[in-house]
Design a protein. Structure first.
Length: 73
């Protein structure tokens, strides 16, 4: 499982896929989300605007990514 750090309270699912270099473009992230290829915390997620927060787990193509919020302090 890969840890992906963010420095905000949350990140939207489509933005996360680009941030984590899972997909190269926002268009591609929207396609794979709408096709039901992405799971969040074990559940298929089709909302590209789903807010991901600390400790959420995103799964795609047998890869898992866990969100870690960096407080910067």
């Amino acid at each position: 499982m890969k840890t992906i750090k963010i420095n905000t309270e949350f990140i939207k699912l489509d933005q996360f896929l680009k941030w984590a270099d899972v997909v190269p473009t926002g268009t591609e992230s929207r396609i794979i989300i709408s096709e039901g290829q992405v799971k969040v915390n074990g559940e298929v997620e089709v909302r590209r605007g789903k807010k991901l927060r600390d400790k959420d787990v995103v799964e795609i193509d047998d890869q898992k990514y866990v969100i870690e919020v960096s407080t910067g302090g």
